[in-house]
Design a protein around this ligand. Structure first.
Ligand SMILES: [Zn+2]
Length: 321
């Protein structure tokens, strides 16, 4: 099951999402060889990325990046608004050196250097939608005490508090085969959704959170979003019902291509590429996300730079020179 369900509550100013990912998550993992403790953090962020991108109000990509001087040097999860996603982790140490009980802070916030960066990248930048980037530290300063962030859900919550005006709650869990997540967002009391008395609205938000708090990781990992919805909000009466939209599929999909690798070679420059060729006979690279191998021999490389010249020659003369 790879699906995301969006629901609205009639008796409370709440929009929610439930996600359950199995084969798409297994597709990420089968290309990777990370220790379980790292996979779990990656899985939780995969759940977060799908939930956050499903609430994007434009066509684009949501990118979650966590970086640190710790054993997890870089973690990247990308999810497009059509819910295709890919994910990767870069470790700075050998996987065998990572303790099976390492905490998120030990992996991602060594010396308090951990940062969570969330980028909303619109597909059409010209349409007036600017890219947005929010950054939060993976620890909190409380007076003189530095409190480490203990979970991906807590990290995302910190980001939301810093960037969104809407109150948000998020539950995330993952194992070797499944990712599960639940998100609640408090909508404005009036406008768009419904016109609720402020007190009824406040009570509704509290009530829905209390019901959602009864969710267990086991349920998030084993039940379908529809079953979870029914189980959580059974107590909402029919006139106070919960309406859901048709579930949307979540897929694993990598955007890498030979053309993009060629672009990277052009950025490296002909001289650099020639020196790699002289040393190794070919340029070989592997996609960080899907492990697809790309092989450029000397003829391929020459073609890369030749094509560039051809494009230059056929480009209309630029103005203002
Ligand atoms: Zn790829």
């Amino acid at each position: 099951m790879n699906e995301l369900l969006v629901f609205l509550c009639d008796g409370a100013p709440v929009r929610g999402e439930i996600v359950s990912i199995s084969t798409a998550w297994q597709a990420v993992l089968e290309r990777r060889n990370d220790p379980p403790v790292v996979r779990q953090i990656l899985g939780d962020f995969v759940g977060a990325a799908t939930l956050l991108s499903a609430s994007l109000k434009f066509d684009g990509t949501l990118i979650i990046q966590a970086q640190s001087k710790g054993p997890i040097q870089l973690l990247v999860v990308e999810c497009k608004s059509d819910l295709t996603m890919r994910a990767t982790v870069k470790l700075s140490v050998d996987p065998s050196e990572i303790s099976p009980t390492a905490s998120l802070a030990q992996l991602l916030d060594v010396e308090n250097t951990g940062r969570l960066v969330i980028t909303l990248d619109p597909a059409e930048r010209q349409s007036g939608q600017a890219p947005y980037q929010g950054i939060v530290a993976l620890h909190e300063h409380r007076g003189t005490v530095i409190k480490p962030v203990t979970s991906a859900a807590e990290a995302i919550t910190l980001y939301m508090q810093n960037s969104e005006q809407l109150d948000t709650r998020i539950w995330l869990t993952s194992n070797e085969t499944h990712v599960g997540g639940l998100l609640l967002q408090r909508l404005p009391d009036s406008g768009g959704h419904a016109h609720l008395d402020p007190q009824i609205a406040a009570e509704g938000w509290t009530r829905i959170q209390t019901l959602a708090d009864t969710i267990t990781n086991q349920e998030l990992l084993t039940l379908s979003p529809k079953t979870i919805l029914r189980r959580l909000f059974l107590e909402e009466s029919t006139e106070n019902g919960v309406r859901s939209f048709p579930p949307r599929p979540v897929h694993f999909s990598c955007r890498c291509s030979r053309a993009k690798v060629a672009d990277v070679l052009r950025m490296l420059g002909e001289e650099e590429v020639e020196s790699i060729l002289a040393e190794r006979g070919s340029v070989d690279t592997e996609c960080d996300f899907c492990a697809k191998a790309y092989h450029f021999d000397a003829v391929d490389c020459r073609q890369v730079f030749k094509t560039d010249l051809l494009i230059d020659a056929t480009r209309p003369p630029s103005r203002g020179h």
